[in-house]
Ligand binder design. Sequence first.
Ligand SMILES: *[C@@H]1O[C@H](CO)[C@@H](O)[C@H](O)[C@H]1NC(C)=O
Ligand SMILES: *[C@@H]1O[C@H](CO)[C@@H](O)[C@H](O)[C@H]1NC(C)=O
Ligand SMILES: *[C@@H]1O[C@H](CO)[C@@H](O)[C@H](O)[C@H]1NC(C)=O
Length: 360
Amino acid sequence: MEIDGESNNCWRRLRVGCAKKKTLVLLVFVTLIYLVLHWDVTKCADFLERPHENHRIRLKPAASPAFNVFDLGPQDYQRLVDLNDFYFTIIDPEICNAPVFLLVLVSSAPDHLHQRLNIRTTWGHRRTEVRIFFVLGRVQDNNLQRDIENESEIYRDIIQGNFLEAYRNLTYKTMTAFKFMLYHCEKASYVLKMDDDAFVNMPLLLNFLKNDLSVYGTDNLFLCNDMTGSPVIRDAHSKWYVSEMDLPGDVYPSYCAGWYVLLSPDVLFRLYESTQKLKYLSIDDALIYGIAAQECNLIHTDFSRYTLAFRRLDLLFNGTYDWLPLLFGAPNMNPEQIKNCWLFFRTRPVLASLRGALGT
Ligand SMILES: *[C@@H]1O[C@H](CO)[C@@H](O)[C@H](O)[C@H]1NC(C)=O
Ligand SMILES: *[C@@H]1O[C@H](CO)[C@@H](O)[C@H](O)[C@H]1NC(C)=O
Ligand SMILES: *[C@@H]1O[C@H](CO)[C@@H](O)[C@H](O)[C@H]1NC(C)=O
């Protein structure tokens, strides 16, 4: 991964050095050694994640539109991968009229009312620069549907698609979230796709976006926890089962674990466009962030160094973890753990930038 733009001169400085004439070779060599041994290169290299050097995030000017939804064709709105009769069962078309700095789209289970309430009162509490929406599938239980509609009226942050809620329908849910962004919330500078059982260190994330990236948004931003070498599960009893017919091959292409993915709008558009043309697969992250991403030549960058692996939750609370900048909490947290994470970070000073934090 590499970042173009004013705020990052590290690579440019090296390249300028290398281009100098013969007489300067020694000086350049010494400079390089100096840079390698000292903070500058170490910081950049860490930050830019060497294994993904060919992923370039472009810091772009404010005005350039990232995508044109009309390119998707007139039928696209009603289409959802292999469904042809899609519509939103809950949506307020006016809801996202103003530009938003960070749009957070949370895949949520319809009966997770408590989880959503917990997010609204912890990391997802109201901020002017952030909008959070919960994305749900259709339910057959009328009482539950009434509760969801009531919740939607109170908080105005529920998006529901007409596909039936089911684990094997998770790809529809992510694509519904993407469709909502593209057609109804297109004035977002950044998009964060989350699950409802994870934590976001929102103040640090906002500082990272503004100070390490750009207040105007970027192009080609695609950060997540990398999944490389994941086998396709052929055990018919597994919830991740995929038949040989649906997908041949033993291993998925590298993809993003779906519990948090940070995207710029242009990347979201390309992933959506590409997934719309593919055969449906229930493993949403492998399909959208792996197979579809490969189809449209998108590369993600691993950001796992800024995430809390679930097994290290203990470390966070007994003081062993507090020096490490952390943006995203582990998946599969219960509301109590999410709340504790939020309380933990609320009492700590917020770094202005991830850059300065490295090497501590
Ligand atoms: C509507 O939702 C609110 C908040 O979740 C809850 O307190 C209230 O009891 C609900 N009302 C109905 C009629 O379900
Ligand atoms: C997924 O959604 C589709 C469309 O609503 C529905 O026909 C199908 O039964 C759902 N799948 C499962 C496993 O429930
Ligand atoms: C913190 O928790 C971890 C994991 O349970 C444990 O290994 C470690 O010894 C604990 N450290 C302290 C200082 O209690």
